[in-house]
Design a protein around this ligand. Structure first.
Ligand SMILES: Cc1cc2nc3c(=O)[nH]c(=O)nc-3n(C[C@H](O)[C@H](O)[C@H](O)COP(=O)(O)OP(=O)(O)OC[C@H]3O[C@@H](n4cnc5c(N)ncnc54)[C@H](O)[C@@H]3O)c2cc1C
Length: 500
């Protein structure tokens, strides 16, 4: 079977639907090929957005922090990223949103209110937000809204969205795109087109690729468990399609962000004790590896990198009755306790009795996450970690609590509370991730660079699979713009460019 259109978008997630819809509003005939039976990909779950320089913000007299924000982010990335791409993308967030206001039904647009990206402090821009699970449920998160509105508008404009379509090839001639080959409903379909926008998302479920570029994660992946960030569709199909079409690949800056220690469990207290600076973290050898409390400075999205370096990527949060009591007292005396609470202290109990009741719920779950014991030997045995190592670590730590000098992990004196009162507790913490990013080199208009030099005619890459907005610095993702903002902005920029 043969079909034809102006632009084929491969991937009906966040960046793909924005790109396709944008091109359709510019008069192009667009076909979106989505591998899954549902649309939206990761963007369905993305909550808050960073927007820069939009009319929507100007109309509300919100300060424009674009210049300062970009300078600081580029400083953090040592100016090793393409300034023109950065400018297009950051300004693209505002252009995207202003365009979005022209296609969005009024009743949905009215639900947008002034807010900040969930992890931003004062320096983050105030901009449009809709609902979002982090801000108390007020309808859908912004990502889902973008998906639904763009998909509907695209179809209204005569665009086609085909789900369960698997693309096997991007056809090129003389260094430019001429079409794609896909399997739709068991049938091979050739679609003739003059541009292709690759928007297939991340590659974290491509185990072979991950093992090749992240051997450590390859080992640890078995301990990470299911999560929306590990969606089975994230097999990085776009990488192989692009490479075959002549793309220049960026394997230097491929990044998987590691979050940890992750301590979601049946006991809120046990989970939150990972965020108390009075706990210690140990690895399978029973050794500490970081100043507990540093999570706050490292940022939740990167704090797992050091855990990944531990044997089997495992970490155990250890505390006892004394440190539990100290945590409760600290927060009783200070509404904002001196604890590193990256996700925020979630209504920690105010009495030891209440806390221990909650801890018991975690222990009763017997799901291999929460443990208690009368001795460190017993605790180590239950955890399956080195008992001598754990005992030595706790002895050294208690000594540091006496001298006030933690020469092992440099913990501040005020956080040093001895661990000397049974029961001893532990949470077996896992690693998490917020995704895998990068791979295809692009120019400032999201057009794919060619391995042979120049650009691949008519080929664009957007969203998670595109390279250029971040650096991989020893496994840490240093970026100038976060994921959803890049996805919608890069989609908007590519849709505009491809329609020309
Ligand atoms: C749980 C979760 C929460 C998040 N929260 C936030 C947040 O709060 N803020 C933020 O900034 N970012 C957040 N993100 C990240 C953000 O959602 C992503 O960066 C963004 O969705 C990337 O857009 P994308 O189009 O590249 O990928 P996606 O939106 O994931 O879309 C990719 C699409 O391509 C499809 N696909 C894959 N292979 C093929 C193929 N061969 N052919 C056709 N289709 C294919 C997939 O099925 C998917 O639908 C979150 C992500 C997740 C998973």
């Amino acid at each position: 079977m043969k079909k034809s259109c102006d632009i084929v978008v491969i991937g009906g997630g966040g960046s793909g639907l924005v790109a396709g819809c944008r091109a359709a509003t510019l008069g192009k005939k667009v076909i979106v090929l989505e591998k899954d039976k549902n649309l939206g990909g990761g963007l369905n779950m993305a909550s808050t957005l960073r927007t820069f320089g939009s009319q929507w913000q100007k109309d509300r007299n919100l300060p424009d922090t674009t210049m300062e924000f970009m300078r600081n982010r580029m400083d953090e990335c040592f100016w090793r990223l393409d300034r023109k791409l950065a400018k297009n993308v950051i300004q693209g967030t505002g252009k995207f949103f202003d365009w979005f206001t022209t296609i969005c039904p009024k009743e949905i647009l009215d639900d947008f209110y002034v807010g900040r990206y969930v992890f931003d402090e004062e320096d983050g821009p105030l901009g449009p937000q809709s609902g979002g699970h982090h801000e108390g449920v007020r309808g859908k998160g912004s990502g889902r809204v973008f998906v639904e509105v763009c998909a509907a508008k695209l179809q209204e404009l005569g665009g086609e969205i085909i789900t369960q379509a698997v693309t096997s090839e991007i056809v090129t001639a003389d260094g430019a795109v001429t079409g794609v080959v896909a399997t739709i409903g068991g049938e091979q379909v050739e679609i003739e087109c003059s541009a292709v926008i690759l928007a297939c998302g991340a590659w974290i479920r491509n185990e072979e690729f991950v093992r090749q570029h992240y051997p450590k994660l390859g080992e640890a992946i078995g301990y990470m468990g299911e999560s929306p960030h590990m969606n089975r569709n994230y097999t990085g199909d776009g990488l192989a399609l692009a490479e075959k079409a002549g793309a220049l690949m960026d394997t230097e800056n491929l990044t998987i962000r590691m979050m940890g220690p992750m301590t979601m469990c049946r006991s809120r207290v046990m989970g939150d004790m990972a965020n108390s600076a009075y706990s210690i973290y140990v690895n399978k050898n029973g050794e500490r590896f970081v100043c507990e409390g540093s999570q706050l400075r490292m940022g939740v999205f990167n704090s797992g990198a050091v855990q990944l370096e531990q044997p089997e990527g495992k970490a155990y949060v250890i505390f006892d009755e004394n440190t539990l009591r100290a945590t409760i007292e600290k927060q009783e005396n200070h509404p904002k306790p001196q604890m590193a609470m990256p996700f925020g202290a979630s209504s920690f109990p105010t009495s030891l009795e209440e806390a221990k009741k909650d801890v018991q719920a975690g222990l009763d779950a017997a799901d291999g996450k929460c443990f208690a014991a009368d001795t460190l030997d017993e605790l180590a045995e239950k955890l399956g970690i080195n008992a001598e190592g754990l005992k030595q670590t706790v002895a050294d730590y208690n000594e540091a609590c006496v001298t006030g000098e933690d020469w092992d992990c440099y913990k501040p004196k005020e956080w040093l509370v001895p661990m000397n009162q049974a029961p001893y507790y532990a949470v077996a913490a896992s690693l998490g991730t917020d995704g895998a990013f990068g791979g295809i080199m692009i120019d400032p208009n999201m057009q794919v660079k060619a391995a042979a030099g120049g650009l691949v005619g008519g080929l664009y890459a957007v969203g998670d699979i595109a390279s250029g907005r971040f650096l991989n610095m020893a496994g840490i993702k240093m970026q100038y713009l976060n994921d959803m903002a890049f996805a919608v902005s890069s989609g908007f920029v590519a849709g505009t460019a491809a329609a020309k």
